[in-house]
Design a protein around this ligand. Structure first.
Ligand code: ZN
Ligand code: ZN
Ligand code: FE
Length: 755
């Protein structure tokens, strides 16, 4: 049958440049015998297809559903045009005038084909650690400016050799327009140095074999994709302890890297979803249940979940070449909770006392990223930290009339930018408590505004008056500012992620956040949309001796909880010399602000149960309490927690403490008490949500806040709510901790614009 020739103009928006999109379209079109053209433009990629309708339809389906690995399509617009009489299909030169609306891909793991090149003795890239192609390797970390051309990347100092140039300019080559394209003749190189920076080896194979020996007994700083790692043998107690001592980090778990999934499964339980994440091109750290004590107990002291990742660079693959059962600690090189160190001068200056050796290379990292961290509950993925592999992928939002900057929070910071219907949430910036961290924060915001071509007119920040991020916002005196309540931002972020516009019951279980009444909130059940909220319920208040610094002294919180609950505290914390002093400040409420934070409640209960002793990092006590509860996961006893009707619903915190003390007196095992505490919190949460549903006729529930890193609680509350027929929404694109609030700030600012 004769088929009519038609001509369509197809506009593709999204991450479609620098990802091999044009050659891909070329191949699809040619294989369907279609004529026309493909070109890049400022909005993405423009395609002309001419031929039979059916073939064009198939072609568009492939473009839509099977784009190249790094592509992310936001929108495809198809317009019918009069026939043009194309004779063939061609790739056209770029047209780069006008406003830019393209995106930057994240850094991803080396692809299979490049890995084959890397391990192929006959390939010219054999054992060349910067082997990459259009489908893999660094992007975000090496981009200095837009447009994304080689001269605007960290590859600028390296001019391509004739062979690389041929690949780069050949549309049929996998390395067509691969900006980091390089080979041993023309690209960057790795060196091994001592701690003073003196080069001791520069031949790649020799570096690897020396390193394999060095890593048995020493700590090595390794320059990776988004910054430096600190690495050592994870099975060597002495090394891991030494790293802890030198870093001044007694508890916070280290991540490990192993060669393969197969080996990993010999000592960790790995579910299907966890496998997918481990093997994904984003290659995050996945928190997995340890099954066998094979790594040093100092890797994750007291915890049965451990952070694991698989190699994602050629260099990392090589590290396992002599022994694929090696296990390395691979942790971000940073000082306390600061951002990761990523430039070479900082590395040698600041890590010289921690690392015995350095592996570095002569290409700059322009944007730092830590390894992303995810965990899986009920086969759903959740972020602890969103960074390498995911940032700066866009999140699509409701159209904003103004460019917005949201400054995030001071802990686990990520900020966000928004323009039109896109928000870009920054990488994890860590805690902004030091001048170095503050400086990096300013620089990163400026860099993001440049590479995404955003000129903020509106700036959203947390309501906390003492946050650095608040002060930063107030410095921008020419911009309109919006102060956003912390827990409203947590919930709005989930609503934005799921495009929910109507009010939800928002459950924000958190550390502390500044409340509209100037107290420290943190157990909020809100009726909220992305514009406004009502505080509908919360846990009862207790004193936080020493204010927000009490994070590091859970026993003080425990003592305060006992006092608030009118429980005899004489048998608790007897060994603490400051006990009387703390009692006095709680009693007189001097430097003892009131809080209803559920994160601090967990800390205090952990202390009362004697689970957490020496605390070095936020949430450590809570993590140990969860671990304790896991030991009694089958204990289904639950106690009821009264809910008082005041101006809002108030959950009776004192009753919880009284129940716990009763169980201690009855010699109930600590693990069982810990588990019953989790169950009681979940139970009273569900009951409260039911009361709110009855009152407000809302069936959608959104959960957020750092406390939901607690797997037991997350599981009990999400499944419990689902059983009561609630529609439950949780954050999956962003962390539920403060790394996710910037998106909520964006949404709230947008809804509150007064023009
Ligand atoms: Zn590749
Ligand atoms: Zn070359
Ligand atoms: Fe928070």
């Amino acid at each position: 049958m004769h088929s009519m020739t038609h001509h369509y103009h197809i506009q593709v928006k999204g991450i479609v440049q620098g990802v091999g999109f044009r050659p891909f379209v070329y191949n699809v079109a040619v294989s369907h015998n279609l004529c026309g053209s493909v070109s890049n433009d400022t909005e993405g990629v423009t395609i002309h297809l001419e031929g039979p309708d059916e073939a064009i339809k198939q072609c568009v389906d492939i473009i839509r559903n099977n784009p190249p690995p790094l592509a992310q399509i936001i929108d495809i617009k198809i317009t019918k045009l009069p026939p043009n009489g194309f004779k063939s299909f061609t790739i056209l030169q770029s047209n780069t005038t006008g406003t830019r609306d393209v995106f930057i891909p994240p850094d991803v793991a080396i692809c299979h084909e490049c890995l084959e090149d890397f391990f192929d003795v006959h390939n010219r890239r054999y054992h060349y650690p910067f082997t990459t192609c259009t489908h893999c390797g660094p992007r975000f970390s090496i981009i200095d400016d837009i447009p994304y051309d080689r001269d605007n990347t960290a590859m600028k100092p390296f001019s391509m050799c004739p062979q690389c140039y041929e690949e780069y300019t050949n549309p049929h080559n996998r390395r067509f327009h691969t900006q980091p394209n390089a080979c041993p003749q023309c690209g960057p190189h790795i060196v091994l140095c001592d701690s003073s920076g003196k080069v001791i080896q520069s031949q790649f194979d020799a570096i690897i074999s020396q390193l394999q020996t060095i890593l048995k007994h020493h700590i090595v700083a390794l320059k990776s994709v988004g910054g430096y790692h600190l690495a050592c043998d994870a099975t060597n107690d002495h090394c891991v302890n030494l790293l802890r001592m030198r870093k001044g980090r007694p508890f916070k778990p280290f991540a490990i890297m192993v060669s393969s999934l197969q080996f990993l499964e010999t000592f960790c339980l790995v579910t299907q979803k966890e496998k997918e994440l481990l093997l994904s091109k984003e290659r995050p750290i996945v928190l997995l249940k340890l099954q066998k004590d094979i790594v040093s107990p100092y890797v994750a002291p007291g915890l049965t979940y451990i952070g694991v990742m698989l190699p994602y660079t050629p260099f990392q693959h090589m590290l396992f070449s002599s022994n694929d059962e090696s296990i390395y600690v691979m942790t971000s090189a940073n000082i306390s909770d600061e951002p990761i160190i990523y430039n070479d001068d900082d590395a040698f200056e600041r890590l010289g006392t921690i690392a015995d050796y350095f592996v570095t290379y002569n290409r700059q990292i322009l944007s730092h990223t830590d390894d992303s961290v995810v965990y899986v509950v009920d086969e759903k993925p959740y972020f602890v930290r969103r960074s390498r592999g995911y940032v700066p992928a866009p999140i699509f939002i409701k159209e904003t009339p103004l460019h917005i900057l949201a400054t995030g929070g001071d802990l686990k910071n990520s900020f966000a930018l928004a323009r039109n219907n896109v928000a870009i949430v920054s990488q994890f910036l860590g805690d902004l408590a030091t001048p170095w961290g503050n400086d990096l924060y300013r620089k990163t915001i400026a860099h993001f505004c440049k590479i995404f071509d955003v000129k903020p007119k509106l700036i959203a920040h947390d309501m906390h008056p003492n946050y650095f991020t608040t002060m930063f916002a107030q410095e921008q005196t020419t911009l309109q500012t919006v102060a956003v309540q912390h827990h409203h931002a947590h919930i709005a972020s989930v609503c934005q992620e799921h495009s929910i516009e109507e009010p939800v019951i928002g459950i924000a279980y958190d550390g502390t956040g500044y409340g509209t009444d100037h107290t420290l909130w943190g157990s909020e059940l809100l009726i909220a949309d992305t514009k406004e909220f009502i505080r509908a319920a919360h846990f009862d208040y207790f004193g936080l001796p020493g204010g927000e610094h009490a994070i590091k002294d859970p026993w003080k919180i425990g003592l305060s909880l006992l006092m608030t609950s009118s429980v005899d505290d004489s048998t608790f914390f007897t060994q603490k010399q400051e006990k009387e002093f703390v009692k006095e400040i709680v009693y007189k409420t001097i430097n003892c602000p009131a809080t209803c934070s559920i994160g601090r409640l967990f800390d205090g209960v952990a202390a009362i149960l004697g689970v957490a002793h020496h605390i070095s990092t936020e949430a450590e006590a809570a993590m140990l309490l969860e671990e304790k509860a896991l030991e009694a996961i089958k204990d289904t006893t639950v106690f009821e927690v009264p809910i008082k009707q005041e101006q809002t619903l108030v959950i009776d915190t004192a009753h919880i403490i009284q129940e716990i003390v009763n169980m201690i007196e009855l010699h109930v095992p600590v693990a069982a008490i810990a588990m019953r505490f989790h169950r009681a919190i979940a139970e009273v949460t569900i009951t409260t949500a039911c009361k709110l549903r009855e009152h407000y006729s809302i069936n959608k529930v959104a959960l957020s806040g750092g406390v939901f890193h607690n797997r037991i609680l997350l599981h009990l509350i999400t499944t419990g709510l689902a059983k009561k027929s609630f529609d439950v929404y949780t954050p999956h694109k962003l962390p539920c901790n403060d790394g996710g609030i910037a998106l909520g700030q964006i949404a709230i600012a947008r809804e509150n614009i007064h023009v």
